[in-house]
Design a protein. Sequence first.
Length: 581
Amino acid sequence: LAAPRNDGRKMLIVGAIDDDTLLAAVLAGVTDGATVGACLAGACGASAQTWAVRQCAALWDRLCSEAAGVRFRLTEKGWNGVAFEESTMTAWTPAEHGLLAAMPQRLVEGHHLDAALKTIGALDRRLADETDRLRAEARERKVALRSGLFANAYVGQSVATPGITRICTGLHGGLFRTVSETLERTIERRLATGCLSPGQLYLLLALSRGTEIAAPLIAATIETHWPTAPYHLRLDLLDAARMSRSASDDERASLIAALEALPEPGHIFISSMIVEALQGLGALEDSEREHVTVVREQVEQCLADPKDPDRQALAYGLYSAQFDHPYAGAYCEVIGDLSEDERKAMFTMATDGAGDTAFFLGPLLMELASFGDPGVGSSIARWTGLPPKVCPMPQDAIAVFVISHIVLAHLGCPLPNRHGDGIEPPMQALSACGAILYWCNRADLDEAAKRQACDTALRILAGDGFSTALNVIRHCEHALIEGLHRLPGNAPIQRSILSRFPAETADICRRALHDADSQTGYFQHYFDFGRQQDLTFAMDVLAHRGDSTELGLIKGYADDNKLGKQAIEAVKLLEERLGAS
């Protein structure tokens, strides 16, 4: 059952055991939630179902006891500066982890709700106590303590977490949808009481996904809980409001009033969610039309002095308002009506005025480059710098890094000399990726010159930067980039390091699989899951581009608990490809 090669036939194996004593002994060693879930669903027979139901029910006393005793510590290595004290958590066995992984499905089916709310109530009391205990230290370290504690407790990105955190994380991050009408009524009844702790409310909102909670109830819940709600709870409250589309006009008006009464959140994601909820409820149409005049005046003021730093910052605000302002349509209309020269000036100013952690930079750089004017190169060149190792959205940071190198090369502008930016291998490796993408997109060079220009970067990835090379290549390959087709000219866009240098990339993947323990990442929070993603990427590359000598290497991972399934799929693909060739 533990062998990845048997992953597709576990239900048959368990279901074939007709000796209850043997069955119980076997199930006691099952460690994956999918098999436990199949047992709970009755797919492995009545005896296995009875066993799984009984084992899940038996966990809740220990889950509650653990939640009531956990402690936290403040550390730079923790998520949002916070981490659990591992010594205060229960040592769950691998088999119990399998039961915990199956618990979200039990909850959406209507089981264990009282026990879950009791356990979360105990954990919320611990969060309150820990907030008092750690407040002074958090203030000194500048840690957003309440949201940090809540995120670790219920969103959970750490490897070591309490059992209830695993359950909540699985429920919120999975594709679970409540189908029980009884549970829906229970959720609404619980919400109507107003007597819920933040974690309990978070659980009920997660359980209600896929259903529509009555608009007056959501409005009342927002008014009651918003002032003290942590960041992730606010996101879910707004998402529930956004789903109230079928409410009557009066009910929608009440919900709109509750949303409009919210104070300025000071956070771009919260602001965007409020906008989306209001737009979904039809609250902004008339006001948006009236706002066009205001936006035109702001744009005129902005363009009056393109070199003024304050007006450059205003330009970025006007540009980003197309995506995250309550009246986004007004900004889109006014900016769309500008002449080409005015739009280019506006986008240049916005690029210069954006802060280092600004959002929507990828589309902005693409818009600016689409004019085909090398004169904007100095504004784009700024964004070829290395992203910070600790940043809120690594995917966006990498996308900006990739886009800036590609469009700068497409415009024929020089690449800034950044040799002093960093001497650590991870920084060298990412810089090397940027250099490859730049030189491969210089349309004025022939293929031999491009290859020669990339040689130094390739040597870095194969040498000093090897331990991070796989990670940074994967990040660049998977960066979400749209709109490159809008760049002027007929020169082909080289988007992929893998496609341009398949042999060199395959060699990096091969060496990484031979020496998996040495692999690390560019960004600070490189957990085991990141290494799994990197090695899965490496196997996929070799499956598509390797030869028969790779079979043994990939097969060596076939019995790995974390990578076995991916290894088996890669072997199948490689064998099929070799057989067809």
